[in-house]
Ligand binder design. Structure first.
Ligand SMILES: Cc1ncc(COP(=O)(O)O)c(C=O)c1O
Length: 387
Protein backbone atom coordinates (compact mmCIF):
# COMPACT_ATOMS: atom_id res chain seq x y z
CA UNK A 1 0.00 0.00 0.00
CA UNK A 2 1.35 3.43 -0.97
CA UNK A 3 0.70 4.92 2.46
CA UNK A 4 3.67 2.96 3.81
CA UNK A 5 6.00 3.91 0.96
CA UNK A 6 8.81 4.66 3.42
CA UNK A 7 9.17 0.95 4.18
CA UNK A 8 12.37 -0.16 2.45
CA UNK A 9 12.59 -3.07 0.05
CA UNK A 10 13.22 -6.25 1.98
CA UNK A 11 12.29 -4.70 5.36
CA UNK A 12 9.70 -6.97 6.90
CA UNK A 13 7.99 -5.42 9.93
CA UNK A 14 6.15 -8.04 11.98
CA UNK A 15 5.48 -6.15 15.19
CA UNK A 16 2.16 -4.44 14.46
CA UNK A 17 0.64 -5.87 17.66
CA UNK A 18 3.10 -3.69 19.58
CA UNK A 19 2.99 -0.61 17.39
CA UNK A 20 1.39 -0.30 13.98
CA UNK A 21 3.38 1.40 11.28
CA UNK A 22 1.84 4.81 10.74
CA UNK A 23 0.44 5.56 7.31
CA UNK A 24 1.46 8.79 5.55
CA UNK A 25 -1.80 10.69 6.24
CA UNK A 26 -1.28 10.19 9.99
CA UNK A 27 2.31 11.41 9.82
CA UNK A 28 1.11 14.39 7.72
CA UNK A 29 -1.59 15.26 10.28
CA UNK A 30 0.99 15.36 13.08
CA UNK A 31 3.33 17.44 10.93
CA UNK A 32 0.49 19.85 10.25
CA UNK A 33 -0.17 20.18 13.96
CA UNK A 34 3.45 21.06 14.67
CA UNK A 35 3.93 23.32 11.68
CA UNK A 36 0.50 24.95 11.27
CA UNK A 37 -1.41 25.10 14.57
CA UNK A 38 0.93 24.06 17.40
CA UNK A 39 -1.14 25.01 20.42
CA UNK A 40 -2.74 23.83 23.60
CA UNK A 41 -6.25 22.41 23.36
CA UNK A 42 -9.33 23.13 25.50
CA UNK A 43 -7.98 26.36 26.96
CA UNK A 44 -6.73 28.92 24.48
CA UNK A 45 -8.77 31.47 22.56
CA UNK A 46 -6.33 32.29 19.76
CA UNK A 47 -6.76 30.95 16.23
CA UNK A 48 -4.37 28.00 16.38
CA UNK A 49 -5.97 26.82 19.58
CA UNK A 50 -9.38 26.86 17.98
CA UNK A 51 -8.14 24.69 15.11
CA UNK A 52 -6.67 22.24 17.64
CA UNK A 53 -9.94 22.24 19.61
CA UNK A 54 -11.96 21.44 16.49
CA UNK A 55 -9.70 18.55 15.59
CA UNK A 56 -9.57 17.18 19.13
CA UNK A 57 -13.37 17.32 19.43
CA UNK A 58 -13.66 15.63 16.04
CA UNK A 59 -11.32 12.84 17.21
CA UNK A 60 -13.55 12.17 20.23
CA UNK A 61 -16.54 11.87 17.90
CA UNK A 62 -14.66 9.64 15.47
CA UNK A 63 -13.65 7.27 18.28
CA UNK A 64 -17.31 6.87 19.31
CA UNK A 65 -18.38 6.41 15.69
CA UNK A 66 -15.67 3.80 15.13
CA UNK A 67 -16.91 1.91 18.20
CA UNK A 68 -20.59 2.44 17.26
CA UNK A 69 -21.27 4.01 20.68
CA UNK A 70 -23.46 7.01 21.38
CA UNK A 71 -22.14 10.30 22.79
CA UNK A 72 -25.25 10.52 24.92
CA UNK A 73 -24.00 7.66 27.07
CA UNK A 74 -20.25 7.61 26.50
CA UNK A 75 -17.29 9.93 26.92
CA UNK A 76 -13.85 9.72 25.33
CA UNK A 77 -10.84 10.69 27.45
CA UNK A 78 -7.22 10.61 26.37
CA UNK A 79 -4.39 9.11 28.41
CA UNK A 80 -0.94 7.69 27.81
CA UNK A 81 -1.69 4.10 26.80
CA UNK A 82 -3.88 1.09 27.68
CA UNK A 83 -1.89 0.31 30.82
CA UNK A 84 -2.27 3.83 32.11
CA UNK A 85 -5.99 3.89 31.33
CA UNK A 86 -6.72 0.65 33.19
CA UNK A 87 -4.65 1.67 36.20
CA UNK A 88 -6.12 5.18 36.22
CA UNK A 89 -9.61 3.73 36.52
CA UNK A 90 -8.65 1.07 39.07
CA UNK A 91 -6.83 3.58 41.23
CA UNK A 92 -9.87 5.81 41.51
CA UNK A 93 -12.59 3.23 42.12
CA UNK A 94 -14.67 3.60 45.26
CA UNK A 95 -13.83 0.20 46.78
CA UNK A 96 -16.74 0.35 49.22
CA UNK A 97 -19.03 -0.35 46.25
CA UNK A 98 -17.38 -3.63 45.22
CA UNK A 99 -16.62 -7.06 46.62
CA UNK A 100 -13.81 -8.33 44.37
CA UNK A 101 -11.79 -7.88 41.22
CA UNK A 102 -11.75 -10.47 38.43
CA UNK A 103 -9.50 -10.90 35.45
CA UNK A 104 -8.64 -13.79 33.13
CA UNK A 105 -5.68 -16.07 32.61
CA UNK A 106 -4.78 -14.90 29.09
CA UNK A 107 -4.32 -11.25 29.96
CA UNK A 108 -1.43 -8.99 29.11
CA UNK A 109 0.40 -7.84 32.25
CA UNK A 110 -1.38 -4.55 31.96
CA UNK A 111 -4.73 -5.80 33.41
CA UNK A 112 -3.10 -8.83 35.03
CA UNK A 113 -0.71 -6.87 37.22
CA UNK A 114 -3.05 -3.90 37.48
CA UNK A 115 -5.71 -6.13 39.05
CA UNK A 116 -3.08 -7.75 41.31
CA UNK A 117 -1.88 -4.39 42.57
CA UNK A 118 -5.50 -3.32 43.09
CA UNK A 119 -6.18 -6.39 45.19
CA UNK A 120 -3.01 -5.93 47.25
CA UNK A 121 -3.81 -2.28 47.89
CA UNK A 122 -7.49 -2.69 48.74
CA UNK A 123 -7.54 -6.19 50.26
CA UNK A 124 -10.43 -7.07 47.95
CA UNK A 125 -10.04 -10.64 46.67
CA UNK A 126 -8.87 -11.24 43.11
CA UNK A 127 -10.04 -14.09 40.88
CA UNK A 128 -8.39 -15.27 37.68
CA UNK A 129 -10.94 -16.76 35.27
CA UNK A 130 -10.23 -19.42 32.70
CA UNK A 131 -10.68 -18.69 29.00
CA UNK A 132 -11.78 -21.27 26.46
CA UNK A 133 -9.83 -21.89 23.29
CA UNK A 134 -12.31 -19.66 21.44
CA UNK A 135 -11.56 -16.88 23.92
CA UNK A 136 -14.94 -17.03 25.68
CA UNK A 137 -15.45 -17.17 29.45
CA UNK A 138 -17.64 -19.85 31.04
CA UNK A 139 -19.98 -17.32 32.59
CA UNK A 140 -21.94 -19.84 34.66
CA UNK A 141 -18.77 -20.90 36.46
CA UNK A 142 -18.35 -17.50 38.10
CA UNK A 143 -20.11 -15.22 40.53
CA UNK A 144 -19.95 -11.62 39.39
CA UNK A 145 -21.71 -10.10 42.37
CA UNK A 146 -20.36 -6.57 42.81
CA UNK A 147 -17.26 -7.52 40.83
CA UNK A 148 -14.89 -5.30 38.91
CA UNK A 149 -14.14 -7.38 35.83
CA UNK A 150 -11.17 -6.40 33.70
CA UNK A 151 -10.42 -8.58 30.68
CA UNK A 152 -9.26 -8.26 27.10
CA UNK A 153 -11.52 -8.77 24.10
CA UNK A 154 -8.62 -9.92 21.88
CA UNK A 155 -5.36 -11.49 23.00
CA UNK A 156 -1.93 -10.27 22.00
CA UNK A 157 -0.38 -13.68 21.31
CA UNK A 158 -2.95 -15.37 19.04
CA UNK A 159 -5.69 -12.77 18.69
CA UNK A 160 -8.37 -15.00 20.25
CA UNK A 161 -11.46 -12.97 21.03
CA UNK A 162 -13.88 -12.71 23.91
CA UNK A 163 -16.57 -14.30 21.77
CA UNK A 164 -19.28 -14.05 24.43
CA UNK A 165 -18.61 -10.46 25.41
CA UNK A 166 -22.31 -9.47 25.17
CA UNK A 167 -23.37 -12.26 27.55
CA UNK A 168 -20.53 -11.44 29.94
CA UNK A 169 -21.50 -7.78 29.97
CA UNK A 170 -25.09 -8.70 30.79
CA UNK A 171 -24.10 -11.12 33.55
CA UNK A 172 -21.70 -8.64 35.17
CA UNK A 173 -24.24 -5.80 35.12
CA UNK A 174 -27.03 -8.03 36.42
CA UNK A 175 -24.83 -8.87 39.40
CA UNK A 176 -24.04 -5.21 40.14
CA UNK A 177 -20.52 -5.33 38.75
CA UNK A 178 -18.67 -3.33 36.14
CA UNK A 179 -16.86 -4.52 33.03
CA UNK A 180 -13.63 -2.84 31.90
CA UNK A 181 -12.41 -4.05 28.53
CA UNK A 182 -8.80 -4.04 27.41
CA UNK A 183 -9.31 -3.49 23.69
CA UNK A 184 -5.64 -2.88 22.88
CA UNK A 185 -5.52 -5.73 20.37
CA UNK A 186 -9.07 -5.52 19.09
CA UNK A 187 -9.13 -1.98 17.78
CA UNK A 188 -7.12 -2.37 14.57
CA UNK A 189 -8.20 -5.68 13.10
CA UNK A 190 -10.98 -7.12 15.30
CA UNK A 191 -13.06 -4.12 16.25
CA UNK A 192 -16.33 -5.92 15.39
CA UNK A 193 -16.07 -7.86 18.66
CA UNK A 194 -16.51 -4.68 20.75
CA UNK A 195 -18.58 -2.48 18.46
CA UNK A 196 -21.81 -1.36 20.10
CA UNK A 197 -21.26 -3.41 23.26
CA UNK A 198 -22.18 -1.18 26.18
CA UNK A 199 -19.48 -2.05 28.68
CA UNK A 200 -18.40 0.36 31.41
CA UNK A 201 -15.02 1.26 29.99
CA UNK A 202 -12.89 0.42 26.97
CA UNK A 203 -9.18 1.12 27.21
CA UNK A 204 -6.94 1.03 24.16
CA UNK A 205 -3.66 2.28 22.72
CA UNK A 206 -3.81 4.40 19.59
CA UNK A 207 -0.30 3.22 18.70
CA UNK A 208 -1.75 -0.21 17.87
CA UNK A 209 -4.39 1.45 15.67
CA UNK A 210 -2.19 3.05 12.99
CA UNK A 211 -2.12 6.21 15.11
CA UNK A 212 0.55 7.95 17.20
CA UNK A 213 1.48 6.92 20.76
CA UNK A 214 -1.57 7.68 22.86
CA UNK A 215 -4.05 6.01 25.20
CA UNK A 216 -7.83 6.28 25.13
CA UNK A 217 -10.54 5.51 27.69
CA UNK A 218 -14.07 5.30 26.33
CA UNK A 219 -16.34 5.19 29.35
CA UNK A 220 -19.98 4.99 30.23
CA UNK A 221 -21.01 8.14 32.03
CA UNK A 222 -22.45 6.04 34.85
CA UNK A 223 -18.96 4.87 35.73
CA UNK A 224 -18.51 8.26 37.38
CA UNK A 225 -20.82 7.12 40.17
CA UNK A 226 -18.27 4.57 41.37
CA UNK A 227 -15.16 6.71 41.03
CA UNK A 228 -13.47 8.86 43.63
CA UNK A 229 -11.60 11.63 41.89
CA UNK A 230 -8.15 12.13 43.30
CA UNK A 231 -5.83 12.22 40.30
CA UNK A 232 -6.22 15.94 39.86
CA UNK A 233 -4.46 18.85 38.22
CA UNK A 234 -4.67 21.39 35.42
CA UNK A 235 -7.64 21.52 33.09
CA UNK A 236 -10.04 19.63 35.34
CA UNK A 237 -11.80 22.22 37.45
CA UNK A 238 -14.35 25.00 37.04
CA UNK A 239 -13.55 26.65 40.35
CA UNK A 240 -10.99 26.33 43.12
CA UNK A 241 -11.26 27.79 46.61
CA UNK A 242 -8.74 27.53 49.44
CA UNK A 243 -9.82 24.03 50.46
CA UNK A 244 -12.34 22.93 47.83
CA UNK A 245 -12.91 22.71 44.12
CA UNK A 246 -15.62 22.06 41.51
CA UNK A 247 -14.72 19.45 38.91
CA UNK A 248 -15.47 20.34 35.29
CA UNK A 249 -16.45 16.71 34.79
CA UNK A 250 -19.67 17.42 36.71
CA UNK A 251 -20.78 19.09 33.49
CA UNK A 252 -21.58 16.62 30.66
CA UNK A 253 -19.90 18.79 28.05
CA UNK A 254 -16.61 18.64 29.92
CA UNK A 255 -16.92 15.15 31.24
CA UNK A 256 -13.87 14.03 29.26
CA UNK A 257 -11.70 16.01 31.71
CA UNK A 258 -12.46 13.30 34.28
CA UNK A 259 -9.34 11.38 33.22
CA UNK A 260 -7.40 14.22 31.61
CA UNK A 261 -5.29 15.94 34.23
CA UNK A 262 -2.77 18.38 32.79
CA UNK A 263 -1.93 19.08 29.16
CA UNK A 264 -2.62 16.36 26.67
CA UNK A 265 -0.77 15.02 23.63
CA UNK A 266 -2.67 17.29 21.24
CA UNK A 267 -0.70 16.42 18.11
CA UNK A 268 -1.12 12.71 18.78
CA UNK A 269 -4.86 13.16 19.34
CA UNK A 270 -5.10 14.94 15.99
CA UNK A 271 -3.11 12.05 14.49
CA UNK A 272 -5.59 9.54 15.92
CA UNK A 273 -8.39 11.40 14.15
CA UNK A 274 -6.46 11.08 10.90
CA UNK A 275 -5.88 7.35 11.51
CA UNK A 276 -9.61 6.76 12.05
CA UNK A 277 -10.40 8.61 8.81
CA UNK A 278 -7.79 6.54 7.04
CA UNK A 279 -9.23 3.28 8.40
CA UNK A 280 -12.79 4.27 7.42
CA UNK A 281 -11.66 4.85 3.84
CA UNK A 282 -9.74 1.66 3.25
CA UNK A 283 -10.95 -0.50 0.39
CA UNK A 284 -12.14 -4.08 0.54
CA UNK A 285 -8.98 -4.92 -1.38
CA UNK A 286 -6.78 -3.57 1.43
CA UNK A 287 -8.54 -5.75 4.01
CA UNK A 288 -8.52 -8.75 1.67
CA UNK A 289 -4.76 -8.37 1.32
CA UNK A 290 -4.30 -8.57 5.09
CA UNK A 291 -6.56 -11.62 5.21
CA UNK A 292 -4.74 -13.38 2.38
CA UNK A 293 -1.30 -12.66 3.83
CA UNK A 294 -2.48 -13.91 7.23
CA UNK A 295 -3.92 -17.10 5.76
CA UNK A 296 -0.81 -17.84 3.71
CA UNK A 297 1.58 -17.36 6.64
CA UNK A 298 -0.67 -19.31 9.01
CA UNK A 299 -0.90 -22.23 6.53
CA UNK A 300 2.87 -22.20 6.11
CA UNK A 301 3.52 -22.30 9.86
CA UNK A 302 0.80 -24.86 10.43
CA UNK A 303 2.24 -27.19 7.80
CA UNK A 304 5.87 -26.90 8.98
CA UNK A 305 6.57 -30.06 10.97
CA UNK A 306 8.87 -28.48 13.58
CA UNK A 307 6.67 -25.44 14.22
CA UNK A 308 4.41 -25.46 17.28
CA UNK A 309 1.78 -22.82 16.67
CA UNK A 310 -0.25 -21.44 19.58
CA UNK A 311 -3.03 -20.20 17.28
CA UNK A 312 -5.99 -22.43 16.56
CA UNK A 313 -7.04 -20.26 13.68
CA UNK A 314 -5.53 -17.65 11.39
CA UNK A 315 -5.12 -14.21 12.90
CA UNK A 316 -2.77 -11.38 11.87
CA UNK A 317 -1.09 -12.05 15.25
CA UNK A 318 0.43 -15.52 15.53
CA UNK A 319 2.84 -17.03 18.03
CA UNK A 320 4.89 -20.20 17.83
CA UNK A 321 8.15 -21.88 18.66
CA UNK A 322 10.34 -24.09 16.55
CA UNK A 323 11.40 -27.40 18.03
CA UNK A 324 15.09 -27.38 18.89
CA UNK A 325 15.62 -23.68 18.17
CA UNK A 326 15.71 -21.01 20.86
CA UNK A 327 13.17 -18.34 19.91
CA UNK A 328 15.42 -15.45 20.90
CA UNK A 329 18.23 -16.79 18.69
CA UNK A 330 15.73 -17.33 15.92
CA UNK A 331 14.56 -13.74 16.32
CA UNK A 332 18.15 -12.55 15.95
CA UNK A 333 18.68 -14.73 12.89
CA UNK A 334 15.53 -13.29 11.31
CA UNK A 335 16.66 -9.78 12.19
CA UNK A 336 19.88 -10.35 10.25
CA UNK A 337 17.65 -10.89 7.23
CA UNK A 338 15.72 -7.69 8.02
CA UNK A 339 12.71 -9.56 9.37
CA UNK A 340 11.53 -7.84 12.56
CA UNK A 341 9.60 -10.09 14.93
CA UNK A 342 9.14 -10.25 18.71
CA UNK A 343 10.36 -13.04 20.97
CA UNK A 344 9.58 -14.08 24.54
CA UNK A 345 6.23 -14.09 26.35
CA UNK A 346 4.92 -10.70 25.15
CA UNK A 347 3.90 -9.66 28.69
CA UNK A 348 1.65 -12.72 29.05
CA UNK A 349 4.06 -14.53 31.37
CA UNK A 350 1.46 -16.17 33.54
CA UNK A 351 -0.55 -17.93 30.83
CA UNK A 352 2.18 -18.78 28.34
CA UNK A 353 4.85 -19.78 30.84
CA UNK A 354 2.96 -21.03 33.92
CA UNK A 355 -0.30 -22.36 32.48
CA UNK A 356 0.73 -23.67 29.05
CA UNK A 357 4.39 -24.26 30.08
CA UNK A 358 5.62 -23.08 26.72
CA UNK A 359 9.20 -22.07 26.00
CA UNK A 360 9.76 -18.46 24.90
CA UNK A 361 7.89 -17.88 21.66
CA UNK A 362 8.26 -15.91 18.50
CA UNK A 363 5.42 -13.63 17.42
CA UNK A 364 4.62 -12.50 13.90
CA UNK A 365 2.05 -9.72 13.83
CA UNK A 366 0.99 -8.50 10.43
CA UNK A 367 -0.71 -5.27 9.52
CA UNK A 368 -2.13 -3.36 6.60
CA UNK A 369 1.43 -2.43 5.66
CA UNK A 370 2.32 -6.10 5.03
CA UNK A 371 3.12 -6.86 1.39
CA UNK A 372 2.80 -10.20 -0.29
CA UNK A 373 6.55 -10.26 -0.96
CA UNK A 374 7.07 -9.99 2.83
CA UNK A 375 5.25 -13.29 3.27
CA UNK A 376 7.29 -14.92 0.52
CA UNK A 377 10.48 -13.72 2.15
CA UNK A 378 9.45 -15.02 5.59
CA UNK A 379 8.60 -18.42 4.12
CA UNK A 380 11.87 -18.63 2.30
CA UNK A 381 14.09 -17.44 5.19
CA UNK A 382 12.30 -19.32 7.96
CA UNK A 383 12.01 -22.44 5.80
CA UNK A 384 15.78 -22.39 5.27
CA UNK A 385 16.52 -21.92 8.99
CA UNK A 386 14.14 -24.66 10.08
CA UNK A 387 15.44 -27.17 7.58
C1 LIG B 1 -3.87 -7.00 25.00
C2 LIG B 1 -2.98 -5.89 25.47
N1 LIG B 1 -3.32 -5.21 26.55
C3 LIG B 1 -2.57 -4.19 27.00
C4 LIG B 1 -1.41 -3.83 26.37
C5 LIG B 1 -0.62 -2.70 26.92
O1 LIG B 1 -0.55 -1.67 25.98
P1 LIG B 1 0.32 -0.39 26.30
O2 LIG B 1 1.72 -0.88 26.52
O3 LIG B 1 0.18 0.44 25.08
O4 LIG B 1 -0.23 0.22 27.51
C6 LIG B 1 -0.99 -4.53 25.25
C7 LIG B 1 0.29 -4.22 24.59
O5 LIG B 1 0.82 -4.94 23.81
C8 LIG B 1 -1.81 -5.58 24.77
O6 LIG B 1 -1.47 -6.26 23.69
Amino acid sequence: MNDFDYLGEGEVYLDAACQSLRPRPVIDAINDYYTKHNSCGERVKYKWGRITDEKVDATREKVLKYLRLKGKKYTVSFTLNTTYGINLILNQIDTSKFKKIMTSEIEHNSPFLGSMAFSERTNLPREVMKRNEDGSILINDYDFEKAIVVVNCASNFDGRKLTNIEALNKAVHKAGGILIIDAAQAMAHSVDIIRGVEVDAICFSAHKLYAPSLGVIVWRDELDKVLLPYWLGGGMVDDVKKDSYTLSAANKEHRFTRFESGLQAWGEIVGLGAALDWLEHLSKKDWAMLQENTRELYDFLKSSPKVHLVNNEPNPTMSFYVEGIDSHLLGEALSRENIMARTGYFCVHYYLDHVLHLPPLIRFSLGLHTRHEDIEKIKQVLGKIIN
